[in-house]
Design a protein around this ligand. Structure first.
Ligand code: T5A
Length: 233
């Protein structure tokens, strides 16, 4: 199963994850970045794969349904973390690993940092156990870049509430404000502890401004040689 980012076949692929609290704008930003990457960068040819967690494969999407319905809540945070990890292993095996080997750009809506933050929040699962589980699930795979879309939890929850209208809050949206405030702290802690990998983006700004900040970082990190030789709109 283990995917090794140092394998020659994986060298050209790029794995970018988007993290943050509820309603932070991850899906919106992934859509905008994918559009830009598909418009004439080398990745228009190599492929831009948009995917999400929990989910991304038929089996992982089934687990998503179970987890977000709240049916697995009785297992506790560690049990839920095991389910997220099982879904992640399938996702890496069937979608992320093969796409990176093809040299594609993989944009993933949430990944392992969400397990660290959500299942570790508010006296949840032991962080050391979560990290051990992460090592088992990921092997040597790690995102090349992680955007942490940061905003006050009240703002994100209100966006999520407005979007779902009359629909019910899911398993995690329904947690109290203290839980969501801890999530924000945990994501910022992860960013501070891994500054090479993580970029914190102010997600309260309008979507186009957030998209420009993300694009600038992606160009600097991955498209420098290409942008230097070409004029970009
Ligand atoms: N989870 C997940 C775990 O507990 N552990 C794990 O290991 C993993 C992988 C997934 C849930 O599972 C949990 C975390 C989550 O609770 P989900 O439905 O995928 O559930 O939930 P989210 O990932 O939180 O996705 P959302 O769809 O709620 O939020 P997004 O994708 O961050 O936000 P987006 O782009 O859909 O935007 C939300 C609304 O805000 C507007 C959009 O138009 C939309 O209406 N918006 C903005 N408004 C103003 N300014 C901006 N800059 C805006 N950007 C977007």
């Amino acid at each position: 199963m283990t995917v090794c980012i140092q394998e020659p076949g994986l060298r050209d692929g790029r794995f970018i994850t988007f993290e943050g609290g509820e309603g932070a704008g991850k899906s919106t930003q992934i859509r905008l970045l994918a559009e830009r990457l598909r418009q004439g960068t080398p990745y228009a040819v190599r492929g831009v794969v948009v995917t999400r967690e929990p989910g991304g494969t038929p089996l992982a999407e089934k687990l998503r349904g179970v987890i977000l319905s709240g049916a697995a809540r009785q297992f506790g945070p560690l049990g839920e973390a095991l389910l997220f990890s099982a879904a992640r292993i399938d996702h890496i095996d069937r979608v992320i690993g093969p796409a990176l080997r093809r040299g594609a750009f993989v944009l993933c809506d949430r990944f392992a940092d969400s397990t660290r933050a959500y299942q570790g929040a508010k006296g949840g699962a032991d962080p050391a156990l979560l990290l051990a589980m992460e090592k088992v699930a990921l092997g040597k795979l790690a995102p090349n870049l992680t955007f942490i879309l940061d905003l006050p939890p009240e703002v994100g929850l209100e966006r999520a509430r407005r979007r779902r209208g009359e629909g019910e809050a899911d398993r995690f949206e329904a947690e109290d404000l203290a839980f969501h405030a801890q999530l924000r702290d945990k994501f910022l802690e992860i960013a501070a502890s891994e500054p090479q990998r993580c970029r914190v983006i102010d997600a309260t700004l309008p979507p186009e401004i957030v998209a420009d900040a993300i694009w600038t970082t992606v160009c600097e990190k991955f498209l420098k040689a290409f942008t230097d030789g070409k004029k970009w709109a």
